[in-house]
Design a protein around this ligand. Structure first.
Ligand code: GSH
Length: 264
């Protein structure tokens, strides 16, 4: 039995959903509403110490962190395998997954969404900063986990309020995509001739960059290998299942807006 704790639209959850779809696995959804801070509640912090989505529970075994989860799924359900056989290609896959993981996509998202989405996201981080100390006081046995979360949230809040920092982070996107472009001028997929976990994580990232209007970085160039690659990723049935159909139910939106703007 596979259960996925996730928030619709969350980038890290989409990576896991892509793998589940590629492998045609059946799973049960456990929705966690980040907009009502369900991820900060003691029960969830006990499951996932960092209070983030996604979390996978497989026959009672808990696996946190999308990069760990996608590898775990590939080991447990190796058909079709999304990890190359050749050692050198496996190493290359790790490099592409790590490169993506180290890139501050969270700050790119929270710093660049405009309009109501931007306001909701930025307010949500401010509310977290006030809420965590209260939860920490009410749940002393989880003090260390909450303290670590609070440190992270403070940093996060500072960064997204600092337009220069966001501009500096945004300036790193183009060089990152140049590396991708270079790789794709040599191979069809990131790790050679077959689709791998590296392509999974970059599917979610390219899609998010496109949503945030960074798509011009590849769309404006008719020779762009990324444009061709992104189209191939979007043509896969997993993209439909994991990303296009990944819509937040209305009840989560209304509960989130009420919590963020009215405080209950
Ligand atoms: N390294 C983690 C990061 C997970 C993460 O940051 N998830 C975001 C959603 S994409 C989240 O839960 N944010 C809520 C929060 O940090 O309070 C992973 O890859 O699973």
């Amino acid at each position: 039995m596979l259960e996925l704790y996730y928030f619709p639209g969350s980038l890290c959850s989409q990576k896991v959903k892509l793998v589940l779809a590629e492998k045609k696995l059946k799973w049960s959804d456990r929705l966690i509403n980040l907009l009502t801070f369900e991820n900060l509640q003691p029960n969830y912090i006990r499951l996932n110490p960092k209070g983030v989505v996604p979390t996978l529970v497989h026959d009672g075994k808990v696996i946190c962190d999308s990069a760990m989860i996608i590898r775990y799924l590939d080991e447990e359900f190796p058909n079709p395998s999304l990890i190359p056989n050749e050692l050198v290609l496996r190493k290359r896959m790790d490099v592409w997954v790590d490169l993506q993981n180290r890139f501050p996509m969270r700050e790119v998202m929270y710093g660049n969404y405009k309009g109501i989405d931007g306001i909701v996201l930025q307010r949500s981080v401010q509310i977290k900063e006030k809420l965590i100390p209260q939860l920490m006081q009410a749940n002393p046995e989880l003090k260390e986990r909450y303290a670590a979360k609070l440190e992270d949230v403070k940093q996060w809040n500072q960064t997204i309020r600092d337009s220069q920092k966001i501009a500096d982070i945004n300036a790193q996107i183009e060089p990152l995509l140049e590396q991708l472009e270079h790789q794709l001028s040599q191979t069809e997929w990131l790790c050679g001739e077959t689709y791998s976990l590296a392509d999974v994580v970059w599917t979610a990232v390219l899609n998010r960059l496109n949503e945030l209007n960074f798509g011009y970085l590849w769309k404006d160039n008719s020779q762009s290998k990324i444009a061709r690659y992104f189209q191939c990723l979007k043509d896969r049935p997993s993209f439909q299942a994991a990303i296009q159909q990944d819509k937040m139910p209305l009840f989560m939106i209304t509960a989130g807006l009420r919590r963020i703007f009215l405080g209950f």
